[in-house]
Design a protein around this ligand. Structure first.
Ligand SMILES: [Zn+2]
Length: 99
């Protein structure tokens, strides 16, 4: 397991490693992943989602994010959608089909 870090710490580290990433978008993704987690939404395999990993990958648990590269193309579309809809309350993306 890893040591828990605060979102602020994570954002700082992530932005240091990925200087081209947008802080607002990153925080929005973390918030969205946290919302999923708080609402009891699980990974497609049934495990808890991995919040930090879900900030930069399709929402899922640690194992699925590491192992699953099939949906990356869809996720890129999703990320583009997400950025375009950054100021809207609800995020819509056709690539995120409910299971
Ligand atoms: Zn999973």
């Amino acid at each position: 397991m890893w040591n828990p870090i605060s979102i602020d710490q994570y954002v700082k580290i992530h932005l240091r490693n990925n200087p081209n990433d947008d802080e607002k978008t990153l925080r929005m993704r973390i918030d969205a992943a946290l919302d999923y987690y708080k609402n009891g939404i699980k990974c497609r395999c049934g495990k808890d989602i991995w919040i930090v990993g879900s900030a930069t990958a399709p929402f899922g648990c640690l194992t699925c994010i590491k192992n699953n590269s099939d949906d990356w193309e869809d996720d890129i579309l999703c990320n583009m959608n997400r950025s375009a809809q950054a100021d809207e309350k609800e995020f819509k993306c056709g690539a995120y089909e409910k299971l």
